[in-house]
Unconditional design. Sequence first.
Length: 291
Amino acid sequence: MLVCTTALYAEGVKIGDLYYNLDADNGTAEVTYQGKGLLNYSELANSSLVIPSSVTYDRITYAVTAIGSQAFVYCDVITSVTVPEGVKTIGADAFFHCTKLSSVSLPSSVTSIETMAFYHCTSMKSFVVPDSVRVLRGSTFEQCIALTNITLPDSLSAIMAGAFKDCSALPRIILPKGLTTIGKNAFNGNTALKEIYNCVDSPVVVTGNFTGVDTLTCILYVPEGSIEAYRRTTIWKDFRDIRPMPDEIPEAVEILHHDALVEPRKLLNDGQIVILIPDGAQYSVTGQKIR
């Protein structure tokens, strides 16, 4: 049996369509890089990738617990990936520059998403960070230029440097109450940002953030008793329109219906924002069908 470390471009054991580093002592497996230069996993038969929860090699079964560092770097094939329960770590650069990757499903077991894990995934529109993640590492979603919906868990305490840098399509972000750290340039280049729902009572110190954000028109919502504190705090005070947090924070809307010729669009109907589907159906932002 071949056992590899997580060294750069390590070539592990091929089981099915993927390569793994196997840990015989712990009975665990880590998905790893294929090892063919920039043609990493370029011959995958299915663009919708489902990672198995376990693999068997030489009559020994291993639990898959990690997507290793650079595992799918520069893979130009996969359009979606489903990670099974039991995986704890998404390694650094794991999906770096996967430009066709549009859908990612992570289990509740994931506790760590490492640096640049989804850097330059330019087709990814929506992402849900699992509740068990405490820290978003540097440049996690940098240059995800199609990202319009991001769901951050209440458990999140830190967003590190450049985590959402140049996410130029992101219109709204909800910062959870327990957030204590926002790294440098975390939101630079978010030119489409129109609303920030900041649930943190005491303003987090930020450095060099929001360059490219129109702070004259972008609305900053904060806890009602914290408005004056935000108006006195560096960077946050640059937002002209600081308002008390509404009773209900709007949830992200993901359009599941898609027409290749006619895109869904938003409109105002009787005072509420409505999603108009090309077949004529209308949905409220809460997902209720109107007609």
